[in-house]
Design a protein around this ligand. Structure first.
Ligand code: GDP
Length: 324
């Protein structure tokens, strides 16, 4: 298939073209990544028409159960839903925690849903790059809700938050120690906290947890004057609280859209992303540079032994790099 044909196929929502496009994006082959860039350029005008939702939570919090419930709810309303995953640990563990085929069994069979496991990659940056580009291709293919899921290994929550409009933190009703279970900095990026498994005898514990989260949130500086982070309860298993969670996402979009904050955030994300890519590529160029390669071990050794200062060493390496 020619690139133009792939692009046209994607825009018509054809699965075969979508799969081809994603294969190009995920490929390690240099020619393929050049082709992927050209393809993305062609698709760009057709992107952006979705709501991008990030979802995080510890393993067992109920992410896949929740995403399946939400996805089925949305596809029943006529939405097209894409689910992508960011999981840099998949390479290390030999199998992706998020990519398990048995997850979201019903949703994955739905014709209006597209589920893609985390791309392989040893670095979070690499996985994020592929996921972000796949998200754009899905948008061009007409998916109007894109969900990016992460288990929260290392920095992955922050990375996912930087590519979505709305970041949802899935929590469990605990026994009064909920707040300790939240990784530092994650509370700060949540646009909503959703306490899952809040049914039956868990209900009162979930209510208690809700009050504790609300108290903790009050201590944080609000990120936007237009949005107060809500704490919601749901049971993904019983399909309760799903509609409320979706309505919260819609009211967020509405509230943020009123003063252009929604668009501003996307623009900022796009320029931040450009810088991330540029710096990644520069680092790559630098590390593969012949002059740098010839000198780097020696200079590093000199720094380690205290013969040269780190700043003088960095300047020296930069100078040999610029000599081209
Ligand atoms: P993930 O690892 O975050 O994707 O979690 P899963 O969706 O795989 O759920 C982990 C376990 O919790 C499974 O056994 C689910 O059936 C169960 N689970 C998910 N949501 C609920 C819920 O709302 N209530 C109860 N009681 N169990 C749930």
């Amino acid at each position: 298939m020619k690139l133009h044909e792939i692009a046209e196929g994607v825009k018509k929502g054809r699965l075969r073209a979508l799969a081809k496009a994603i294969t190009l994006i995920e490929s390690r082959n240099l020619d393929h990544s050049v082709a992927a860039t050209t393809l993305l350029d062609e698709l760009l005008p057709a992107t952006g028409n979705s709501i991008r939702i990030g979802i995080s939570g510890v393993p067992g919090a109920g992410k896949s159960t929740f995403i399946e419930a939400l996805g089925l709810h949305l596809t029943a309303q006529g939405h097209k839903v894409a689910v992508l995953a960011v999981d840099p640990s998949s390479q290390l563990s030999g199998g992706s925690i998020l990519g398990d085929k048995t997850r979201m069994e019903h949703l994955s069979r739905h014709p209006s849903a597209f589920i893609r496991p985390s791309p392989a990659g040893s670095t979070l940056g690499g996985v994020a790059r592929k996921t972000r580009e796949t998200m754009l291709v899905c948008e061009a293919a007409g998916y109007d809700v894109v969900i990016v899921e992460t288990v929260g290994v290392g920095q992955s929550e922050i990375t996912v938050a930087s590519m979505v409009d709305f970041f949802l933190l899935l929590q469990l009703p605990g026994a009064g120690d909920e707040l300790q279970g939240i990784k530092k900095g994650v509370m700060e990026i949540a646009d909503a906290i959703l306490i899952n498994k809040s049914e039956g005898e868990n209900r009162s514990r979930a209510e208690l947890a809700r009050r504790q989260y609300l108290n903790a949130l009050h201590l944080l500086k609000p990120r936007s004057p237009n949005w107060q982070v809500p704490v919601l309860l749901c049971s993904a298993l019983n399909h309760t609280g799903i509609e409320e969670a979706w309505k919260t996402i819609l009211s967020f979009r509405e509230a943020m859209g009123r003063e252009g904050e929604f668009e501003r955030k996307r623009r900022l994300q796009a320029t931040d992303w450009m810088w991330t890519l540029l710096l990644d590529d520069l680092k790559d160029l630098f590390m593969r540079d012949k002059n740098v390669e010839a000198l780097i071990n020696q200079v590093q050794q000199a720094v380690a032994e205290g013969i040269t200062t780190p700043s003088a060493a960095a300047r020296r390496l930069l100078e040999v790099f610029k000599r081209h």
